[in-house]
Structure formats: structure tokens, C-alpha cells
Design a protein around this ligand. Structure first.
Ligand code: 3EB
Length: 354
């Protein structure tokens, strides 16, 4: 992608990663199989090791976030982070076997006892919020959540709903918004036995929060999707000198609040793209001067069933520029009836600070 001022995302092969300029790397996410520490890599750089198999291309992809300026690393409890003047990248992995050094928040009266996942989620979010508070980057821009067996039922409900309950409890406890001013996010399955893995970008300044006109805001989903709603915005927009970055949340074949095209992978992919296009149009309407297009995005495509990859790729080939950065990962999606989910990051130059 074109070099722009400020934050920058690349999907790099291991060789390209080794050639990167370390001082300007804020953070990295790798995808299963988690590579051993890359030879040229600095141990200073936080690396989120995401346990989702890569479906296409180089077996190990590095999602590299660069900040275009000097950065400094740190650690607070289990959160490893690195920050530039305006932005902070951080990550935390919490095994469910040894969930946290702190106690889980009590569940609602009459509810089943909180699960290990609940405790792990509360622990992770508490530490993230404490880090943001302590280091002075109060605004979560974008957060990625990966948890094993996301569709599995236990403790009276599925694990994605347990995660939602715990995420909400921890954010409430930290005094953060549960609606409106909430980060863009993704929440996906990960390989069995892997820890809860959360990584994030936060800023000194608040982003612009964007919702999708075709979808009910996730934080207003009706109760049938769980007692506690998912806390995320459909997208957030970061303004920096000379550039805009749009963080598009994981997006699926959901219209209103309902999953559509159940069982039809091609149609789900097209609907997902229609949702992303509607969101881009909304971002361009809200932010005068923004010109986001599908072609300006880097995409991460989550595929539930590896056998669906050709169908999904064919739909994307018809809509995208072949030179666009796209990676494909195998991951379970939070609703059983969803077969594909796509998240994206858009970069666009900002002409003036009008
Ligand atoms: C959806 O639209 C699909 O719980 O953080 C997408 C992005 C989804 C983020 C989250 C869930 C999350 O509801 C699922």
C-alpha cells in the first residue's frame, strides 16, 4: 500500500518482516503455526500469537503495524505494549487453566457460576484497561479477540456469550462506555487449547465511531443473541496528520440483526461485501474528505470451513483489486450459521485539516 504518514499496516512474509525497520514497528500479530522468534526480530516488539491456521499463501503471515516514528516498549502485568506519540499497540494471552491473578467479577444473581473463560476475559480486559489508564492512551480504537471453542456450550450458554458477558462486566467496572463510544472489534474462534488472546490499538485521542446503516448496532442486539450485548462499533476512524485510518470490525452476513443466506457461502460473502461497502459509504459521509473504497482496504478473511475457500475467493476476486493485501485464516465465527467473516483496515490520504 502507498506510504502515508502515521499508522501503517502490512501483511508480510517472514523474509519481508526481517527486513522491516524495527524502530517504527508498533506491534505484530502472527497466525498459526506460530513461528519461532524471527531471527531479525527485536524482543522489544510485542507479538500477538494468534492460533488460527493460515489457509493460503505463506504459512506464516506477519500482520505488522508501523507507526512511522519512534516508539517505546513496556510491559504491565501480562500486557506487552509499545507506543508512539499518539498510539499504543498491546497484547495479552490468558490461559483458561490459570485465568488471572485477580478474581472474576461475580455473575448475575441466579446465573450459573462464572466459567474459566469468564474469569480469563475479565482478567484480560482489566489488565488492558489498567494499562491504557496507566500509560495514558485512554481510547481503544481497535481490539481483536480470539478464543478456542467459541461455539461450544458450557455453563448454560455458548462461550461467545460468556465472553460477551465478561467483556461487558470488565468494561463497566473500568467505567468505559458500553454503547456508542466503543472500539471496532473482531471476535473469532481459535485452535483448541490455545489461550484467550487479545490484542489492540489505543490512542491518546478518541476516534470517530461509525455504525452500519444496514445493521443494528451490535451493542443494541436483541436479547435472543445473549443476555449481554457485544460491545463494539462497526468501524472506527482515526485521524492523523495527513492520513485517515478506518478500522472495519469483523463483518458478516448479518442484515438488521439476523444472519442471512444461511448455508450459502457465496451469498454470505456477497452480503458481507455489501455490508462493508455500506460502512465505507457511511464513513465517507461522516468524515468529509474521506474517500474509502473497497479497493483501498487490506482484508483479513475468516473462513469457517476450509473447503469453502475457493467459493469465497471467487466472490472476492470479482469485487477486489488483485493487488490488494488479503489474508485467509481458518476460524470459527461467533454465530453457528455464519460461514465467513471479513475485517478490514483502510488507509486514505487526508488533503487538508479543514
Ligand atoms: C456480528 O456482526 C458478527 O463480539 O467483538 C463481529 C465483530 C462479530 C466483533 C465481537 C463480533 C464481534 O455480530 C460477529
Amino acid at each position: 500500500m502507498a506510504a502515508l504518514a502515521g499508522l501503517h499496516l502490512d501483511y508480510l512474509s517472514p523474509a519481508e518482516y526481517r527486513a522491516a525497520r524495527w524502530s517504527e514497528v508498533l506491534g505484530v500479530a502472527t497466525f498459526d503455526p506460530a513461528p519461532p522468534r524471527a531471527g531479525g526480530g527485536s524482543t522489544e516488539i510485542p507479538v500477538a500469537q494468534v492460533a488460527t491456521p493460515v489457509l493460503l499463501g505463506t504459512a506464516d503471515v506477519h500482520e505488522v503495524w508501523r507507526c512511522g516514528g519512534p516508539a517505546e516498549s513496556g510491559q504491565r502485568n501480562r500486557v506487552r505494549f509499545r507506543h508512539s506519540e499518539q498510539l499504543l499497540f498491546g497484547c495479552i494471552a490468558v490461559p483458561e487453566s490459570q485465568p488471572s491473578g485477580t478474581e472474576a467479577a461475580p455473575g448475575a444473581p441466579g446465573a450459573a457460576a462464572p466459567s474459566a473463560l469468564h474469569a480469563a476475559t475479565v482478567g484480560a480486559y482489566r489488565e488492558i484497561c489498567a494499562t491504557l489508564d496507566g500509560v495514558g492512551y485512554p481510547h481503544l480504537l481497535r481490539i481483536w479477540n480470539y478464543l478456542p471453542d467459541i461455539n461450544l456450550d458450557s455453563h448454560g450458554t455458548d462461550r461467545y456469550r460468556q465472553f460477551n458477558t465478561a467483556r461487558q462486566a470488565a468494561l463497566r467496572e473500568a467505567g468505559l462506555s458500553l454503547t456508542g463510544e466503543v472500539p471496532a472489534a473482531s471476535a473469532l474462534g481459535a485452535s483448541r487449547g490455545s489461550p484467550l488472546l487479545v490484542y489492540f490499538l489505543a490512542g491518546r485521542a478518541a476516534p470517530v465511531y461509525i455504525e452500519n446503516p444496514r445493521q443494528v448496532s451490535a451493542y443494541r442486539y436483541p436479547r435472543r443473541y445473549g443476555a449481554h450485548t457485544p460491545v463494539f462499533s462497526r468501524a472506527t476512524l482515526l485521524r492523523q496528520r495527513g492520513s485517515l485510518t478506518l478500522f472495519v470490525s469483523g463483518t458478516a452476513s448479518i442484515v438488521g440483526h439476523r444472519s442471512v443466506h444461511v448455508g450459502d457461502t457465496a451469498a454470505q460473502t456477497r452480503e458481507t461485501l455489501a455490508n462493508i461497502e455500506a460502512l465505507l459509504e457511511e464513513a465517507n459521509r461522516v468524515e468529509r474528505g474521506a474517500r474509502f473504497t473497497l479497493g483501498s482496504l487490506a482484508l483479513k478473511v475468516y473462513v469457517r470451513r476450509p473447503a469453502d475457500l475457493p467459493v469465497i475467493r471467487a466472490q472476492l476476486a470479482a469485487a477486489l483489486d488483485p493487488r490488494q493485501p488479503v489474508i485467509y485464516l481458518q476460524a470459527d465465527i461467533c454465530r453457528q450459521d455464519l460461514l465467513v467473516e471479513i475485517e478490514a483496515t483502510g488507509m486514505c490520504p487526508l488533503k487538508s485539516d479543514a
